[in-house]
Structures are given as structure tokens and as C-alpha cells.
Design a protein around this ligand. Structure first.
Ligand SMILES: C[S@@+](CC[C@H](N)C(=O)[O-])C[C@H]1O[C@@H](n2cnc3c(N)ncnc32)[C@H](O)[C@@H]1O
Length: 223
């Protein structure tokens, strides 16, 4: 599924050292077959854990085909908006089609976590699912700095990403399903210190209801 940097001139794909995905039309099907459930229950779980409230202005970074963004937009309600950015124009095309069909007020733009094209202090909540393991460490840090910048004072960041399961049997199952590299290159434990270095406070991390996902969250101080 990964198609890193292949012909980045096609369709004005922005240059990034993150691993971008371009086979967008098959992404939802593939992730359902892989048991990731990124389209339904899992999106609702992330939105609930991220404590998104009606009226919140939400940014979904690395939104892919937009399932999580649309769920967040439904929760945030018509008085506000949810936006999704992704490095892959193909993913954004699919996300826009899904938004048109759903009638949910969401905005999707091609964009990079390391160069977010929104002004300072725009969002109440920034969310990101299954993206951080696509980024080398220096890009993670640049991305967190950008997320901090676009959050309003008092706003918060919530991410969910792969964690290798504790049980050895499940590690083998997960490696067979998701790929050993993908499971192992996701190092969620390294993220809380990076968020604190960026300036986030109240940084917490822990498991989710999914055996394969952990979360990390942090708040931008009010002053
Ligand atoms: C596994 S997908 C997750 C998509 C979506 N968040 C979900 O939960 O279904 C990872 C996404 O990160 C995107 N991505 C990779 N590098 C990026 C970057 N530097 N900036 C923004 N998005 C990036 C990829 O194109 C891909 O759509």
C-alpha cells in the first residue's frame, strides 16, 4: 500500500519525507479487511477519547480518506467545522467525495503536517490517527511544533497510533496482518517527551479499546 515518493511530480504531490499513501480508492477496503476498522467504531472511539465537543473547530492531520474527519465533523456539529489535511492528493479526492455524499460540513486540503497552512491559534482540537509512524523523528518534531502553533491556547492534541501488542502471539498476528516493520517502527512511548519539549502540558498516554492502538494527548497552555 505504501508508495513512498514515487513520482512526486504527478498531481503536484508535495515533497515530504513522510511515507505517503496514494492507492486511495482501495484504502478503506484494505483497512477494513486488515481489521483496522478505521471507518466506523474506531473513528467514534477516537472522537470520543479526544473529547471533541459540539462547536469545536477540529483539524485532522494526515486524514487519509477522511473517515475520522467526517466522524469528528458530525460530532462537532454544524455550528463549527472539521478540516482534514493529507500529503496525498488522491486521499484528499476520496475524502472530498465522501464529504459531498455525507453532506457533513468538512473541508479537505492537500497539506503537510510539517507545514500546516492555517494561521496560529485556529483550532480547538487537533487529531491524528495512524500517521505518526509514517514520519521520521525530525519530521514528527516539526509536525508537533506546527500542531502546537495552530492550536488555540487551551486547545488540545490527541493522536492514536500503532502499538505492538503486549502478548507475543498477538505480535505475530499483528506482524502478519500489518507488516512487521509497520508495527515495530511505531514507537508511541517516544512521543510524550517530544510533546513536552514542544511546549504541551498535561501530556498523557495509554491504551485504547483497540488492541493495536495507543493514544497520546497534550494541551497547549492557556497563556
Ligand atoms: C495510515 S494513513 C492514516 C489515514 C487516516 N488518518 C486514517 O486513520 O485512516 C497515513 C496517512 O498519512 C499521510 N501522510 C504521510 N506523510 C504525511 C505528511 N508529511 N503530512 C501529512 N500527511 C502525511 C499519508 O498520505 C496517509 O494518508
Amino acid at each position: 500500500m505504501h508508495s513512498m515518493h514515487e513520482d512526486s511530480k504527478i498531481r503536484n504531490r508535495p515533497e515530504t519525507s513522510g511515507a505517503t499513501l496514494h492507492r486511495a480508492s482501495r484504502y478503506d477496503l484494505h483497512t477494513s479487511l486488515m481489521g483496522l476498522g478505521v471507518n466506523g467504531r474506531n473513528s467514534r472511539m477516537v472522537v470520543e477519547m479526544a473529547k471533541i465537543k459540539p462547536g469545536d473547530k477540529v483539524l485532522d492531520v494526515g486524514c487519509g480518506t477522511g473517515s475520522l474527519t467526517l466522524t469528528a465533523g458530525n460530532c462537532a456539529g454544524v455550528s463549527s467545522s472539521a478540516c482534514g489535511i493529507d500529503a496525498s492528493p488522491e486521499m484528499i479526492d476520496v475524502a472530498r467525495e465522501k464529504a459531498n455524499r455525507s453532506g457533513c460540513e468538512t473541508f479537505f486540503e492537500v497539506g503537510l503536517i510539517e507545514k500546516i497552512a492555517y494561521p496560529d491559534a485556529t483550532f480547538d482540537v487537533v487529531i491524528s490517527r495512524l500517521v505518526i509512524h509514517h514520519l521520521p523523528d525530525d519530521l514528527k518534531r516539526r509536525g508537533f511544533t506546527e500542531i502546537y502553533r495552530v492550536l488555540k491556547p487551551g486547545g488540545h492534541f490527541f493522536l492514536a497510533d500503532f502499538k505492538p501488542p503486549a502478548n507475543l502471539f498477538l505480535i505475530h498476528v499483528a506482524s502478519a496482518v500489518f507488516g512487521h516493520r509497520m508495527m515495530m517502527q511505531s514507537n508511541v512511548e517516544a512521543i510524550p517527551p517530544m510533546l513536552r519539549e514542544t511546549g504541551f502540558v498535561e501530556v498523557i498516554s495509554g491504551p485504547t479499546r483497540s488492541a493495536f492502538l495507543a493514544f497520546v494527548s497534550g494541551k497547549k497552555p492557556t497563556s
